[in-house]
Design a protein around this ligand. Structure first.
Ligand code: PXP
Length: 241
């Protein structure tokens, strides 16, 4: 069995930079350190309001990242067009609301079907080999992702991260069932949101056959104390165990 790949979301480095309207810390330098620490890929979300990652970051990341580049995006025409131009190895479609602090839930694939029927082929036609949809573990959403020609889904793990005890077991059961369905439908299986150094073991035990995870906040938060490369090594140790 192949091991789960660890992709690291560097948006939080850009958030820190932009909080002081500074040029540092630079997410492009951060991506390099993540790769040195053992990351299998780098994730960023170019939001419509550019609140963290900017167009300059995206272009430099494409030039410098040697591992897998995952471009998270909404279905807004301007951002889709930038993604097509940049040509990441993976495009992950996510919902986006201006007032949210971070992505708050999965994409409503069923309700967005019409737009996705255009956007998914547009990304493929631009040569992007893998298109993934960020979804909650809802069978209807997962089936719709497969119907629409997505290559993978990323299961939203925020509810898992926020739950405890018996509720956590239930949430993990739903994620595992969603993962099994995705596999049956021939979809790649990714997961992310709120995964951290404490909850990862429980998550991994309940979720076999994951292709990759996307983790950001926990790693950047730990980096403040131990440095980014070490924080990545600590997470890679858990993910690749
Ligand atoms: N996956 C998606 C689709 C996300 O929007 C985010 C948050 O930016 C993550 C994964 C990573 O979540 P976290 O920063 O909580 O690890």
């Amino acid at each position: 069995m192949t091991r789960t790949r660890l992709l690291i979301n560097i948006d939080h480095i850009a958030t820190l930079r932009n909080a002081r309207k500074e040029t540092f810390p630079d997410p492009v330098q951060a991506a390099l350190l993540c790769e040195l620490g053992g990351a299998d890929g780098i994730v960023f979300h170019l939001r419509e309001d550019r609140r963290h990652i900017t167009d300059r970051d995206v272009r430099l990341l494409r030039k410098t990242v040697r591992s897998k580049l995952d471009f998270e995006l909404s279905t807004a025409a301007e951002i889709v067009s930038i993604c097509c131009e940049v040509g990441p190895e993976l495009a992950t479609l996510v919902p986006e609301r201006r007032e949210e602090v971070t992505t708050e839930g999965g994409l409503d694939v069923v309700a967005s079907r019409k737009r996705l029927e255009t956007v998914i082929p547009q990304l493929h036609d631009a040569g992007i080999p893998e298109v993934s949809l960020f979804v909650d573990p809802d069978p209807e959403q997962i089936r719709a992702a497969a119907d629409l020609g997505a290559d993978a889904i990323e299961l939203h793990t925020g509810d898992f991260a926020n739950s405890r005890g018996a509720e956590r077991k239930q949430v993990l059961g739903r994620l595992a069932a969603g993962g099994a369905l995705a596999r049956e439908l021939g979809l790649g299986l990714h997961a992310g949101h709120g995964l951290d150094y404490d909850n990862y073991d429980t998550f991994q035990d309940g979720m076999p056959h994951l292709d990759e995870v996307s983790i950001g906040f926990a790693i950047v938060a730990r980096a403040v104390f131990v440095g980014l490369e070490q924080a990545v090594r600590d997470m890679a140790f858990l993910v690749k165990a």
